[in-house]
Design a protein around this ligand. Structure first.
Ligand code: UDP
Length: 236
């Protein structure tokens, strides 16, 4: 019995690097594709937003002298590259998927609209939403809140390298403990890092809960769908 019918999965670009310092690790990509296929086969409708931090981030580009808007556009294009890579990896495992872009660039992907996205999902294909929100000064965290809300997802699943939200950074503080669940308000009060402020504010306002979980452990995505207690549930 599955807990969610329609999800928005957010994957960071950085997680695609695997053990590398830059770019896309094929093995990691293949692992993600397998996990996504596993839940797609169960009939879950899946929208995916993928970051671009493994290739380019506008903010770090700006510190090196790039114009911020140009840098952000480079970052958005980086998310398109990652989306195409995931699209291809999903095809390799026999999972139908389609790239939609927030900025017009046919034939690389179809221009995004809510109606088109719902059509794709209802046809049983995975919809990969690329180029973030299409605007500079935003992040793919915000892009995924936006798309998650638009497609009326039941939940946003944030796949990361850690297995949830902790009282402190577990890599630095050994006494840190994981929250089973936590409200958006408490996340703000404690200044915990779940997603950026714009993204969490949107989720809170529109009542889209987030589950933060470790996507690097095989089978975890399915466990989340089954309602097993992997990760942290963030809610209003
Ligand atoms: N970006 C943007 N607008 C958006 C989404 C992303 O300008 O709506 C740019 C921004 O420069 C960002 C980069 O794309 O740094 C990559 O996205 P992000 O940093 O969110 O990737 P992640 O950290 O998830 O790998």
């Amino acid at each position: 019995m599955l807990k969610f019918k329609r999800i928005l999965l957010k994957l960071s670009g950085e997680s695609l690097m695997g053990e590398q310092q830059y770019g896309i690790d094929q093995q990691r990509l293949a692992d993600y594709a397998e996990q996504i296929k596993e839940i797609a086969d169960l009939g879950v409708q899946i929208g995916i937003v993928i970051g671009g931090g493994n290739i380019f981030r506008g903010l770090s580009g700006a510190t090196k002298g790039f114009d911020r808007v140009k840098g952000d556009q480079m970052g958005m294009l980086a998310t398109v590259i990652n989306s195409l890579a995931l699209n291809s990896a999903l095809q390799s495992v026999g999972c139908k998927s389609r790239v939609l872009t927030a900025i017009r660039m046919e034939p690389i992907g179809e221009f995004y609209s809510k109606d088109r996205a719902i059509e794709v999902l209802e046809r049983g294909e995975v919809a990969i939403f690329s180029a973030g929100t299409g605007n500079p000064y935003f992040t793919t965290d915000t892009g995924s809140s936006l798309r998650g809300i638009e497609i009326e997802a039941d939940v946003m699943l944030k796949g990361t390298r850690v297995d949830g939200v902790y009282t402190a950074d577990p890599e630095k503080d050994l006494t840190a403990t994981r929250f089973e669940k936590i409200t958006f308000d408490e996340v703000h009060q404690r200044d915990l890092k779940v997603m950026d402020l714009t993204a969490t504010a949107m989720c809170k306002e529109n009542n889209l809960p987030i589950i933060v979980f470790n996507m690097d452990i095989k089978g975890n995505l399915k466990k989340v769908l089954e309602g097993q207690s992997v990760g942290t549930y963030v809610y209003r």
